[in-house]
Design a protein. Structure first.
Lengths: 892, 114
């Protein structure tokens, strides 16, 4: 207890420091006056009396010191003094302080932000129990089909489900984000995305709903109309009312709600609002004629304990081989399946595409961190060198080594504190920025937040590193006594070899890493330019797009009637140049139907598929009239669709093919008039359109067949306008709602934005690398400048001597510049090697540029060397400009 | 008579101050005078070291201080012994006597056996 009150009293005296000082001064003055009085009485003169009094008292200042020590908290006092001094000193060395603080800020902030995103997107496990045992299964596709894989057909799935041995649960699902329903009863029309997921697929996932239940096998066998709704839909449309279980979704949609999902459930996609059964597991397993060729189902399975991916893949391949015994057309078997099976953990499926850009972002951040750390190490080493003389003097005057170390630690503590505060702020801001600017379609971003563990770790690492670099030089020099360091002048004109080598090593490292980043950014810039220069085949600017989901009951005159009228009305909206609809706009995904010989995709009458061969697999698009004009796609031959082409019966139609189709099948003759068959439809080619890059700029132009058909599905409408899209859309929306009040209008976007999204992975990576490249250039320049300035300073007396003795200032200058250039050169060479090795990791992000593109490497090297020369030249010029007399006069 | 610095007996300074204050509260100069007087001027130099000692004793709760006016009308800080201080004095005195007896014992013995 005594100790506590003692500490409290000490703290109090710190707080009331001034009062205590005053009182102490008064008290001591009283004592001396009294003693002086006494001496006067003893007969001394006034001066003598006072002098004797002071002698008897003892050293006044020392007593004051000792009293102060006894009174307050000595170590706290020291701390405050040190802090004040450190702040003043750092204020004089602003460049050094700023670089160190910025380095720490960046190191902590940027790395935490990127790590947080990587953790949230790539590392975080999926929210299913033992999620790494869940895999997606599909069959490998023959390259001719143009597909990556073949989904399951009915009979294929049943064959798998009945005979598989690797999975403890195996289930089917199907979803297409174009399958949307419209709900119109409560409030504005809502656009609902429906997915089909079987009870066994839910079993594979192993999740439970928040309310109610999931569909069961019984539901499926009885083909019940049941559905589970998403949490967002429940909260929004049904106001979180628990009695929703058992009700139908809507009056005109007699599907019973049996459950509500937990928030954030995102299989097969976060956008899904309603889950219904697939219909594959009904009690009867009949397959009517045209259904036999339909391959529309995906499957997931949960591996049995102990079963590996390889075993499961082998099992699946065996089952695929068994397709031969099923009800398959031989043409299908040969033409579709290549015999392999694809068994992949679903996490890979979800995050696979995000992996490369994120990992590159990570590597970039680490690189810049390394560069800035070596910069700080550089500056600190240099600084401790120039401080050594001052420290030697302090030691000689009686300071303890511990006290000096304490001061150095205070300096690093201040820098570290500033850097950490900045770093935490940057981490917060940076995470939000990264999430906002991430490439389109990056999965799982909604759950990414600042990861506190990472923040703590990076902070701790930075603090330890900063402390290490602050203390290491003094620790290394502890064996040398003050005497060595007090010796100045010509005898000690250069640093000792080891320290010099470390500095050089750091500069070279910085330069090498900087070059790698520059090469990376150069490659990405060129990729980006190449991508952007690709002609998409249509006029991108000035096209407003949106999706319409119309239920068939809304169309008393049939889909064609409805859309014709809609297009007429929209064409009258002021500002609209042209308007059209299609089932898929470029860059919005592809509707590819897997054709079998019986059902088929498009067959060319002139070139029927040979025995055992499959029909060619074209991209098919049903479009309205005016599509090509609206999209700015040139008609190379023939004409656009007219309304007459859209026959009300379902047997006749007209086709327009892309130039790629004509080139392949009718290279030397006109394609017009050639007949095509699609299912039950048949008709002539009436036009050939220019090539369009449908799937993305990096995919070569594809074979597209447009048909003059309009069906009651989700349609994408394109509106070409030169006016402000916002105003035009308001009018367009109004006109649409007038015609069809219950139709939800969704996905309103400009075509140019859709296009930009398609290469957002590239632009995201490019922006990151360019930023990092510029930063590293700046840091390399600062680092080199710092080192060389210091070297020159150290050698200034030597150089001044040379100048005074008649040396040519030019030679002195070039000596310095040469050293800088040498370091830069070594760094560049090492960097080139590193870049050559690492650039292939950019892999899929590069477009039109090989990883070893000469031009980029050369330009990057030249830029970096230029910076090296400039950073060396400035200190050199300054050195040569100093009159020799000044340099000789000032002590190092 | 040699004038020894008070400091030399750092450990005992506090004890002497406590003893002085046992008589009556006193200001710092007065304590120094009293000690010089009572020791027959043996301890009279480096009086200033009283102050750090007084400060320490204040923190330990053995004395307390207050400002008052002297008979000459000057302001001075007076120190007063506390109960804890009295007890401390007794403790230290006992220790001192035991220690000095022991030391004396050794010195006498050495002479005795010589």
């Amino acid at each position: 207890m005594r100790i506590v009150s003692e500490v409290v009293l000490r703290l109090r005296s710190l707080v009331f420091r001034r009062r205590e000082e005053r009182e102490m001064a008064e008290e001591l003055r009283f004592h001396i006056d009294m003693e002086t009085e006494k001496n006067l009485q003893l007969g001394m003169t006034r001066t003598e009396a006072r002098r004797q009094a002071l002698i008897t008292f003892g050293g006044l200042e020392r007593i004051k010191e000792r009293t102060r020590d006894a009174r307050g908290l000595r170590w706290f006092d020291d701390l405050v003094t040190d802090a004040r001094l450190a702040v003043r000193t750092l204020g004089r060395n602003r460049a050094f302080a700023a670089t160190t603080v910025l380095t720490l800020t960046f190191g902590i902030g940027a790395n935490t932000a990127i790590f947080s995103v990587v953790q949230g997107v790539l590392v975080r496990p999926l929210p299913y129990p033992d999620a790494d045992r869940i895999v997606r299964v599909a069959a490998g596709a023959r390259p001719k089909t143009g597909l990556d894989e073949i989904p399951f057909s009915r009979q294929g799935y049943w064959h798998f489900a009945d005979n598989q041995e690797s999975f403890e649960a195996f289930g089917d699902y199907h979803w297409d984000d174009r399958v949307r329903a419209a709900l119109t009863d409560a409030g504005p029309p809502e656009d609902i995305i429906v997915a089909r997921v079987s009870s066994s697929a839910f079993e594979v996932l192993g999740i439970q709903p928040q309310l109610g239940r999931l569909p069961t096998l019984e539901d499926e066998e009885l083909s019940n109309s049941v559905a589970v709704i998403s949490h967002e839909m429940w909260a929004g449309r049904y106001a979180s009312d628990p009695s929703v279980i058992g009700r139908d979704i809507a009056d005109d949609w007699p599907v019973e709600i049996i459950g509500v999902m937990r928030p954030g459930f995102d299989f097969p996609s976060p956008e899904v609002d309603v889950w219904r059964i697939t219909g594959l597991n009904s009690a009867s397993r009949e397959v009517t004629g045209f259904q036999a060729g339909m391959h529309g189902w995906s499957a997931i399975g949960r591996l049995k304990p102990g079963v590996t991916l390889e075993q499961a893949t082998a099992d699946a391949e065996a089952l695929i081989a068994g397709f031969a015994e099923l009800d398959y057309e031989p043409a299908d078997l040969e033409g579709l399946f290549d015999g392999t099976a694809i068994v992949r953990p679903i996490k890979d499926e979800i995050v696979g595409g995000a992996r490369t850009p994120l990992l590159i972002a990570l590597a970039t951040a680490v690189f810049v961190l390394l560069i800035s750390c070596s910069n700080v190490a550089n500056l600190l080493l240099v600084r401790s060198e120039s401080r050594s003389r001052e420290q030697a003097i302090r030691l000689a005057l009686g300071s303890s080594r511990g006290r000096l170390t304490q001061y150095i630690m205070m300096e690093s503590a201040i820098l570290t504190l500033a850097g950490t505060v900045g770093g935490v702020a940057l981490a917060f801001v940076g995470t939000s920025i990264l999430v906002a600017s991430a490439p389109a379609g990056m999965p799982r971003l909604d759950q990414v937040g600042l990861n506190t563990t990472v923040l703590l770790v990076t902070t701790a690492v930075s603090i330890v590193a900063a402390l290490f670099f602050c203390l290491a030089p003094s620790w290394a020099a502890r064996s040398r006594g003050p005497r060595d360091r007090l010796r100045s002048g010509v005898y000690k004109s250069t640093m000792d070899g080891k320290r010099s080598r470390v500095l050089d090593g750091l500069v070279v490292t910085q330069t090498a890493l900087g070059l790698i980043l520059l090469v990376g950014s150069g490659l990405m810039i060129r990729s980006f330019q190449q991508l952007r220069s690709v002609d998409p085949g249509f006029e991108v600017d000035g096209v407003l797009t949106f999706w319409l989901t119309v239920s068939v009951t809304e169309l008393p005159r049939g889909p064609s009637g409805f859309y014709f009228e809609l297009l007429d009305r929209l064409a009258e909206v002021p500002g609209v140049e042209s308007v059209a609809g299609t089932e898929s706009l470029p860059m919005t995904g592809v509707v590819r139907e897997i054709g079998s010989a019986t059902l088929g995709t498009v067959q060319i009458d002139e070139f029927p598929a040979a025995e055992g061969e499959l029909n060619p697999n074209f991209i098919t698009k049903r479009t309205t009239p005016g599509y090509f004009e609206t999209m700015g796609i040139p008609i190379v031959e023939g004409r656009e669709f007219t309304r007459d082409d859209y026959s009300p019966n379902f047997t006749e139609t007209a086709f327009i093919v892309s130039a790629a189709v004509k080139r392949k099948y009718w290279p030397d003759e006109s394609a017009l008039g050639k007949r095509l068959t699609w299912g039950r439809l048949n008709g002539p080619i009436v036009g050939v359109a220019g090539d369009v890059r449908h799937r993305g700029l990096e995919v070569p132009a594809e074979e597209i067949v447009h048909s003059a058909q309009i069906i009651g599905r989700t349609m994408m409408i394109a509106v070409r306008t030169a006016h402000s899209p916002g105003r035009v859309f308001q009018e367009v929306g109004r006109a649409t709602r007038e015609l069809a009040p219950g139709v939800p209008i969704t996905r309103v976007r400009m075509m140019s934005d859709i296009l930009a999204d398609s290469f957002s992975r590239t632009s995201f990576t490019m922006n990151l690398l360019v930023l990092a490249g510029l930063l590293s250039l700046l840091l390399a320049a600062v680092g080199l400048y710092g080192v060389l300035s210091h070297v020159i300073h150290q050698r200034s007396r030597e150089m001044a001597l040379r100048l005074a003795l008649g040396a040519d200032p030019g030679r002195v200058r070039s000596m310095v510049v040469l050293r800088g250039v040498k370091l830069g050169l070594v760094g560049v060479v090492i960097g080139l090697g590193g870049a050559a090795i690492l650039s292939r990791f950019l892999g899929s992000l590069l477009f039109g540029v090989p990883p070893l593109d000469m031009r980029t490497y050369v330009i990057a090297s030249v830029v970096l060397l230029g910076v090296a020369v400039a950073s060396s030249a400035i200190p050199a010029l300054r050195a040569a400009a100093t009159p020799p007399a000044t340099a000789l006069r000032c002590e190092t | 008579m040699t004038h020894d610095r008070l400091e030399l007996l750092q450990g005992t300074l506090e004890m002497l101050v406590l003893r002085t204050l046992l008589v009556e509260p006193m200001h710092g100069w007065g304590i120094a005078q009293r000690i010089a007087q009572m020791s027959s001027q043996v301890f009279d130099v480096n009086q200033g070291s009283i102050y750090p000692a007084l400060q320490r004793m204040k923190l330990k709760g053995w004395v307390r201080s207050s400002w008052a006016t002297t008979e000459n009308g000057r302001r001075a800080r007076y120190y007063e012994l506390t109960k804890a201080g009295e007890e401390q004095l007794t403790r230290e005195r006992t220790q001192w006597e035991r220690a000095s007896a022991a030391v004396n014992g050794i010195l006498d013995w050495a002479e005795g056996s010589a």
